[in-house]
Design a protein around this ligand. Structure first.
Ligand SMILES: Cc1cc2nc3c(=O)[nH]c(=O)nc-3n(C[C@H](O)[C@H](O)[C@H](O)COP(=O)(O)OP(=O)(O)OC[C@H]3O[C@@H](n4cnc5c(N)ncnc54)[C@H](O)[C@@H]3O)c2cc1C
Length: 339
């Protein structure tokens, strides 16, 4: 059994993509199930709450985190062929998402190309049902394994049980803070497939043959043009969810004469790009001290060396302005900690 190293007052600044300065009361990195059990026993003994962490790219760590921050760093990949030219691939939680997308492409397992270059690790992908360029994790997801924090028991959940929605799953709802995801199983195709219905992707591919490799390269290129690299300019990707409005909400939104882009949803609501709303309020490229709104993408808040409190003050200034101008409430997408 590998002995677990638990640090006290550990800095989290280098472990979150916003580079916010904050400390964990206790911190450990676990690489297998036995270490998870050791960490759970340590936390139970001291009555500490547990905060799971992957790549730290969807966490706004606005202050110190009390209790044990548990970094899931399990590694490993296994695969088995299944019917109809498909393969089921199981990834350990600590595998890097984009590296796995590339690994699958190299092995001739297709379906993940549109999700290229999303930061973070495998274990966090189901939490908010990651999605981009017309594909969501739930389209490929088979099942996951997780350890229940309160009992230490290993469970398995299938696609239906995870109750996936837009940037949502049961892990943000009824099962919030209850499980540590250890493995994720996806069903991929061994036949090349192309999903290029998303307009920006279709335009960029043009009339070239949309091979999986071309789609992945194109998605990477678009993302690199649009989004700042957290390694260079710390950020957490989209800071707000795209709001859904009803028909009457749409009338109110447009009552001041502006014609907003809108995407009709199956339930009769419309998805409005949060970036457009923020842009209309004049925030793109604005800076408040050491935090700001990215100059090319109004949905991305960036950290030039500020604190979580400064970032949240900017977020609420944006929420207030959008609400006053359009009557739309913007919801923060990443999870807030230490507030
Ligand atoms: C530049 C940039 C672009 C992005 N683009 C996209 C995008 O296109 N689409 C998209 O959907 N997201 C996007 N994101 C958000 C982010 O990449 C995803 O949410 C990703 O899944 C987070 O992975 P992570 O390992 O960094 O999770 P973390 O930030 O470490 O954790 C996120 C949440 O999941 C919990 N968690 C993490 N791992 C586990 C686990 N193993 N078990 C239980 N709970 C866990 C944490 O407690 C936290 O609440 C982007 C982020 C950035 C910085």
């Amino acid at each position: 059994m590998k002995i677990l190293e638990i640090k006290q007052n550990a800095s989290l600044q280098g472990l979150n993509s916003l580079a916010l300065p904050a400390y964990a009361e206790y911190f450990c990195s676990v690489t297998d199930i036995s270490q998870i059990q050791q960490a759970l026993a340590f936390a139970a003994d001291k009555d500490l709450p547990i905060t799971p962490m992957g790549g730290g790219s969807n966490m706004v760590i606005a202050g110190d985190i009390q209790g044990l921050v548990l970094h899931l760093d399990l590694k490993g990949i296994s695969s088995k062929p299944v019917a109809d030219n498909q393969v089921e691939v199981t990834f350990a939680a600590g595998e890097n998402w984009h590296e796995m997308v590339q690994y699958c492409l190299q092995n001739g397992w297709y379906g993940l190309e549109n999700l290229s270059l999303i930061p973070g690790n495998m274990g966090a992908a189901p939490i908010q049902n990651i999605g981009a360029y017309g594909v969501e994790l739930c389209d490929l997801f088979v099942s996951l394994q997780a350890v229940e924090i309160s009992t230490g028991e290993l469970i398995e959940l299938d696609n239906k049980q995870c109750d996936f929605g837009y940037r949502d799953s049961i892990f943000k709802q009824a099962f919030k803070d209850r499980f540590l995801i250890t493995h994720v199983c996806l069903r991929l195709s061994t036949q090349p497939m192309a999903q290029i219905q998303y307009p920006a992707l279709a335009d960029a591919v043009g009339d070239r043959t949309p091979t999986p490799e071309l789609i992945s390269e194109t998605v990477c290129r678009i993302r690199q043009q649009k989004l700042p690299d957290p390694g260079t300019l710390p950020n957490a990707g989209s800071f707000f969810k795209n709001p859904l409005v009803t028909e009457s909400g749409l009338d109110r939104l447009e009552s001041n004469g502006s014609q907003s882009p809108r995407y009709p949803q199956a339930d009769g609501t419309y998805k409005i790009p949060a970036a457009w709303l923020i842009d209309q309020c004049g925030f793109r490229g604005q800076r408040r001290g050491e935090v700001g709104v990215h100059e090319h993408q109004a949905l991305v808040l960036v950290n030039y060396g500020g604190t979580g409190a400064q970032l949240l003050a900017l977020a609420s200034e944006i929420q207030d302005a959008v609400s006053a101008k359009f009557g739309v409430a913007l919801e923060i997408e990443p999870r807030l900690y230490g507030v």
